[in-house]
Write a protein that binds this ligand. Structure first.
Ligand SMILES: [Zn+2]
Ligand SMILES: [Zn+2]
Length: 306
């Protein structure tokens, strides 16, 4: 004998409705079978840590965002990409298959090697950018800026690390201190890389213009571009990846606070470490601290428009 799927009351063949709970058998049975089907489909799916969409378990790369999913399944389409990755340096991996670096941070693979690689190149690239920046005033300013730009990036990282680590431990996916450090270093590397790639443009303008305000504004814009992309592509995406990969939903608010702290500390430290460009023929190591970054940006823009 069959029973009502909702309440379990015995069902007579001639009945359309259940006499106890009142459901229409056909309608309710259809609803139940639909529920079962979608539950089954869900259990065969995973959430792509890169784009957050539900995708089949055995898909690789992700059919929605094309990210390489370096878990277990190796499909013919991703085999070549995975083999290629083996020949890449960490820097190349980051530029071409960003998610692979995030996955390495998640699984805590090669963290020491990554820390060494990314800190070394971040220092080199940022020093390179500093050198170009110092050329405007020449002489000692070149050496000062060559040291100051790496100091700025490393300083921001070190000041932010404990707070970001704590915030993470309290509210989102719990990264270890080493994982947090690696993610921040990757972001710093990305920033230095973008800065040093724009250095020739900076040099061109240093050669053709005598206007310090213009170089100053150009430098700020370059820092903003580099900062935006390193935060967007590494910190933001990385935190989302790591949270999704650990099976929870990314908390956008927490990640935003995380990033806001980083930006505020970075810009303020930059302000403290000034001058980066200096004055021609007059070398000062540090300037007196006055005002703040946002005021300076406003002044630069309004000066230039005068
Ligand atoms: Zn019933
Ligand atoms: Zn995806």
């Amino acid at each position: 004998m069959t029973t009502c799927l909702k309440c379990g009351y015995p069902r007579k063949p001639q009945d359309i409705r259940c006499p106890r709970c009142g459901v229409i058998y056909e309608v309710y049975n259809y609803y139940v079978s639909q529920q079962r089907e979608s539950a089954e489909k869900e259990s065969r799916n995973i959430v792509c840590p890169n784009c957050g969409q539900s995708i089949p378990k055995d898909a690789n790369p992700c059919p929605k965002c094309d990210a390489l999913l370096c878990f277990d399944t190796i499909t013919p389409t991703c085999k070549e990409r995975i083999e290629k990755l083996g020949t890449y340096s960490f820097g190349q991996m980051l530029l071409q298959e960003r998610e692979y670096i995030f996955e390495k941070i998640y699984t805590e693979t090669d963290l020491d090697a990554q820390i060494r690689y990314f800190s070394l190149y971040a220092l080199l690239f940022s020093a390179g950018y500093g050198l170009f920046l110092g050329i405007f005033s020449g002489n000692l300013q070149i050496i000062a800026s060559l040291i100051k730009v790496p100091m700025l990036l490393t300083g921001t990282l070190l000041i932010c690390l404990p707070v970001l680590y704590l915030l993470n431990t309290l509210v989102t996916y719990k990264l270890t201190l080493k994982q947090t450090l690696t993610l921040l270093l990757v972001s710093t590397y990305m920033m230095s890389f973008i800065l040093v790639s724009m250095a020739p443009i900076l040099l061109l303008f240093i050669v053709i213009t005598e206007l310090k305000r213009f170089i100053s504004l150009l430098n700020m814009i370059m820092f903003m571009i580099a900062g935006f992309f390193s935060i967007r592509l590494v910190l933001w995406r990385g935190m989302q990846y790591l949270t999704r990969r650990s099976g929870s939903r990314p908390k956008v608010f927490v990640i935003s606070v995380w990033i806001l702290i980083y930006i505020v500390i970075g810009t303020q430290l930059a302000w403290v470490l000034r001058p980066f460009i200096g004055e021609k023929g007059r070398f000062v190591l540090f300037r007196e601290i006055e005002g703040n970054f946002f005021l300076a940006l406003f002044n630069s823009v309004s000066d230039l428009l005068k």
